[in-house]
Structures are given as structure tokens and as C-alpha cells.
Design a protein around this ligand. Structure first.
Ligand code: SF4
Length: 157
């Protein structure tokens, strides 16, 4: 696991399009192997989830009955009681490394990740995205499968 993540970090340094931050890549193996996290969840202040039926969820793992389609939802959301209640629920969570949540916390609270993202955004903005058809993507998939058969990842371990 550590070797695989090191390899991905190395690939990112070499210019491969790896979207996750270096910090996320460095800390993920600790979570996957030991359930250890090095960040504090910022739900509901920096992010939250919305269920397909329109329920407000502090995150995908925490269910509620709060309907965001209710016209009074915004007032509720900005009330201190609601925020404290949600923060309390989040506090009891043992943590995660779902990319979308910690990456936002890293981006907002860790200046190194912030500058890394700025640089990444600048680099990406210089590329013109080529349009791909469904057939193009199938061909590309086949090419990747040929070049990197599933077993080649296992060899890294
Ligand atoms: S699972 Fe992750 S995002 Fe959800 S409450 Fe826990 S730490 Fe926060």
C-alpha cells in the first residue's frame, strides 16, 4: 500500500495528471491500513452532502430527516443550534479519507495544498481539452488495459 502511494506521488511529480493533493496521497495509506487520520472534519461549515431525495446530510455516512426542499431550510441551516448539532454529530465520526471532504479542508486550511492547487489550476488551464467520442474512450481503455494489465499493479506491492 505505501509503495503504491509512493509510486503515485512519484508519477504526480513526473507530471502525470493525478488530481489528489500530495498531502492526501501521503496520508491515505495511514487511514487505509490503520484507520488513522491527520485532519479534522469541517462538515457542515465547508461542505455537506445532499441525498437524491433532497435530504441534508453532514456527509454521505450520516443520515438525517432534514428536507432541503423545505422553504425554511436556509434559516435552519444558518442557525447556531443547527450548526452545533451537526458539528456534534460529525465529532463522533472516527474520520475518513473520502477525497472530496478532506481535500476541501486541506485546500482551505493548509497553505501548501492551496498553492499546489493554484499551480495545478494554472497548468490545467493551459491545456485545451480534446473532445472524445464513446468509441475513442473504448479504444483508450483497451490501450490502457494492454499497457497496464491488472497484474502490473500487484507487482508494485
Ligand atoms: S465520514 Fe468523513 S466527511 Fe463524514 S463526518 Fe466523518 S470525517 Fe466527516
Amino acid at each position: 500500500m505505501y509503495k503504491i502511494y509512493s509510486k503515485v506521488i512519484e508519477m504526480k511529480r513526473a507530471g502525470y495528471h493525478v488530481h489528489n493533493s500530495y498531502r492526501f496521497l501521503r496520508e491515505s495509506p495511514d487511514f487505509l491500513k490503520h484507520k488513522k487520520i491527520h485532519w479534522k472534519c469541517d462538515s457542515p461549515d465547508l461542505y455537506f452532502s445532499i441525498s437524491p431525495s433532497g435530504k441534508f446530510l453532514p456527509c454521505v455516512d450520516i443520515d438525517t430527516d432534514i428536507n432541503m426542499l423545505d422553504p425554511r431550510f436556509l434559516d435552519l441551516f444558518f442557525s447556531e443550534d443547527f450548526r452545533n448539532n451537526m458539528r456534534e454529530r460529525v465529532k463522533n465520526c472516527f474520520g475518513c479519507m473520502y477525497a472530496c471532504y478532506p481535500e476541501i479542508t486541506f485546500f482551505c486550511r493548509d497553505s501548501r495544498v492551496f498553492f499546489e492547487r493554484l499551480l495545478q489550476g494554472f497548468k490545467i488551464s493551459r491545456f485545451k481539452r480534446r473532445e472524445k467520442t464513446y468509441e475513442d474512450l473504448l479504444k483508450l481503455t483497451e490501450k490502457i488495459k494492454e499497457k497496464y494489465p491488472a497484474t502490473s499493479f500487484l507487482k508494485l506491492c
